[in-house]
Design a protein around this ligand. Structure first.
Ligand code: CP
Length: 308
């Protein structure tokens, strides 16, 4: 069963195949209306369940549109509307959904919900974000970097701010795609030690630099994310802002990276907090290509899951 649960749980050759496939599908659609079907209809007759226990714009729309472009159909389910939110076990939900649909994408809180869904489903399961990881985002990020600058292997990627779930998947990508990561942020928000070890064990470099100016020197790619994630308590907002303010990505910081460095953000962004509008809308920013590439990358992920 080809579940897409995490970058580090997927073979590098499969990840590379998906990136290439995504690029081919994107090229083949150039100039067509967004709603036009692809020439190939590998999901024709297939039903995809999109389960959201948290809000989403990009993940929801890109999976929905991507499935339709491939000829399939979707049903979008909110966790609170399902029995899942009222005590039915994850295992029973997985078994039942497997009788109705061909593929399950789930965005949830605790990683255990995702892994239990995958354990008991008879159909592939895709991780659409948990509190711990966001692998679909990193597939789009690698695709986007390589579209603009060529192979990401050997490049220096700097993560600014909170060592959160997206940062975790960036670190998993380092091990699988062969880039180095520098984390710059407050000690309280360091990425999990397990992920630090995973990068280092892979032979790639992972380091922590508390001084953001030093961290971005020689960077090929600078990434930021919101200072308060969906799973963070809103009561911690002021404390987190105070801790994270020195790690804002602004024009002065970007000027310390390589002249051809790119800026990425998974979005949604809080302008003038973790990143300034000058950077978001500036020449080094590829944030909207990154958002578009969620669509193409996830089409490749779904095709890999279903082997179609
Ligand atoms: N980047 C991302 O996953 O966006 P959404 O939360 O809007 O899906």
């Amino acid at each position: 069963m080809n579940h897409f649960l995490d970058i580090h749980k997927t073979a590098p050759s499969d990840l590379r195949h998906m990136i290439e496939h995504a690029r081919e599908m994107k090229t083949a659609r150039e100039g067509r209306p967004r709603g036009a079907l692809d020439d190939d209809q590998p999901l024709k007759g297939r039903m995809v369940a999109l389960i959201f226990e948290k809000p989403s714009t990009r993940t929801r729309v890109s999976f929905d549109v991507g499935t339709r472009q491939l000829g399939g159909e979707t049903m979008v389910l909110s966790g609170s509307d399902m029995q899942l939110g009222h005590g039915e076990t994850i295992a029973d939900t997985a078994r039942v959904l497997s009788r109705y649909v061909d593929l399950i994408m789930i965005r949830t809180f605790d990683e255990s919900v995702l892994t239990e869904m995958a354990e008991f489903a008879d159909v592939p399961v895709i991780n659409g974000l948990t509190d711990r990881t966001h692998p679909c985002q990193i597939m789009a990020d690698v695709m986007t970097y390589e579209e603009h600058r060529g192979p990401i292997t050997g490049k220096k990627v700097v993560w600014c701010g909170d060592g959160n779930n997206v940062c975790a998947s960036v670190m998993h990508g380092a091990a699988q795609f062969g880039y180095d990561v520098v984390f710059t942020g407050p000690e309280q928000l360091d990425p999990e030690a397990e992920w630090q070890g995973l990068v280092r064990k892979s032979g790639q470099s992972f380091s922590i630099e508390r001084d953001a100016d030093k961290a971005v020197e020689g960077a090929d790619l600078v990434i930021a994310d919101t200072w308060v994630s969906m799973h963070d308590a809103q009561s911690a907002r002021e404390r987190r802002h105070n801790m994270l303010r020195p790690y804002q990505v602004n024009e002065d910081l970007m000027a310390r990276a390589k002249p051809d460095a790119l800026f990425m953000h998974c979005l949604p962004a809080h302008r003038e907090e973790e990143v300034t509008s000058a950077v978001m809308d500036g020449p080094q920013s590829v944030i909207f290509d990154e958002a578009e590439n969620r669509l193409h990358a996830q089409k490749a992920i779904m095709r890999w899951c279903l082997d179609v």
